[in-house]
Design a protein around this ligand. Structure first.
Ligand code: AMP
Length: 209
């Protein structure tokens, strides 16, 4: 199944994607994670996008679209995928239509207060990308990932000034995609406020999987 996870930063897209990836045996493609890996590796892509991402702004459409197009051409993405964090602009959504046909777009419905609570407490493993939370889902040992032993850190763009910017960018550039996909009959709304186990139940019911 070819899926897009759409929603504000901090809605829990990445956390649910880890569970759905196991369930559907399909790759989880997070553009944010690809960019963060590139930054960590100090590759040309990483050097190009670091300042933009740290400031909470969007990477340009051309770079992002080329990256996703190439990723979707790989063998593991032919039967299905979960796109997490892409598309984020109408130009990206229109470009995607030219190289892949998605089956469903899952819209993570969550109030602003929930987003702030999640983003301000989010902690991420630098190595495997697993998302923890400083209050609701702490790693067993502070600063160390339960799964791979990697360093658990606070993303630069999860600091307060960047959070505000990212929410503004979401409202201006990404929220219009809700209507874009609703009009095409592809949108499924799920309540993203509960904990991940419950969101997964809602997701399975809504998609019949
Ligand atoms: P995320 O992990 O999805 O919150 O993404 C982190 C950051 O990566 C975003 O705030 C953007 O700077 C950048 N990014 C991720 N996906 C995209 C995209 N589809 N278009 C532009 N920038 C993106």
């Amino acid at each position: 199944m070819k899926l897009i996870f759409l929603g504000p930063p901090g809605a829990g897209k990445g956390t649910l994607a880890v569970r759905v990836k196991e369930l559907l045996k399909t790759p989880h493609i997070s553009t944010g994670a690809i960019f963060r890996d590139a930054i960590g590796a100090k590759s040309p892509l990483g050097l190009k996008v670091k300042a933009v991402i740290d400031a909470g702004k969007l990477v340009d459409d051309e770079t992002t679209i080329a990256l996703v197009k190439e990723r979707l051409e790989q063998a593991d993405a032919q039967e299905g995928y979960i796109l997490d964090g892409f598309p984020r602009t109408t130009a990206q959504a229109e470009a995607l239509e030219t190289f892949s046909a998605v089956d469903k777009v899952v819209n993570f419905d969550i109030p602003d207060s929930g987003v702030m609570e999640r983003l301000s407490g989010r902690r991420v493993c630098r190595k495997c990308g697993f998302n923890f939370h400083a209050v609701f889902n702490k790693p067993k040992k502070e600063g160390v990932c339960d799964f791979c032993g990697g360093e658990v850190y606070i993303r630069e763009d999860d600091k307060p000034s960047a959070i505000a910017k990212r929410l503004d960018v979401y409202r201006a550039q990404t929220q219009p995609l809700i209507d874009f996909y609703r009009k095409k009959g592809l949108l499924i709304d799920i309540d993203a406020s509960p904990l991940v186990d419950e969101i997964l139940v809602g997701f399975r019911k809504a998609l019949g999987v």
